[in-house]
Design a protein around this ligand. Structure first.
Ligand code: ZN
Length: 134
């Protein structure tokens, strides 16, 4: 187990185990806890992906966790944020992320095109923010 910090002061407890990691996934986050399969211990991008989920969880005072379960749109947006912020926003990544989310996150009501639109819109937001911050 290791401890990481978000917002400098909030501890996130990272466990390297298969326990509580869904089938077909490499890691998961539950509030201030992250679980990562032992074979992905050195995957910095995966850890950063899960830490982004923890930041959103804390920022939204845990509401994000409930929305994740209740709303497909929210789930897509939530995963899009974590994937795009760790992998970048070029066209190949956007397509990869849209497909991965559509196929791997229990999306039943939204079409692939719906998921793609959410991913592309979110990528635009990230790119716009980057321009503003420079
Ligand atoms: Zn995720």
């Amino acid at each position: 187990m290791t401890v990481k910090f978000i917002f400098r002061v909030i501890p996130i407890f990272v466990f390297y185990t298969d326990f509580l990691v869904w089938k077909g996934k490499a890691g998961a986050s539950y509030g201030v806890f992250i679980v990562i399969r032992p074979q992905y211990r050195d995957d910095i991008k995966l850890l950063e992906h899960e830490l982004i989920h923890c930041r959103v969880y804390i920022k939204t005072l845990s509401i994000s966790g409930w929305l994740y379960m209740l709303s497909e749109k929210w789930r897509v947006r939530y995963e899009a944020e974590a994937y795009l912020k760790t992998l970048g926003t070029n066209n190949a990544v956007k397509k990869y992320v849209a497909r991965k989310i559509h196929e791997g996150y229990n999306i039943k009501k939204l079409s692939y095109e719906d998921v793609e639109k959410i991913v592309y819109d979110y990528a635009n937001k990230i790119e716009t923010k980057k321009e503003v911050s420079f």
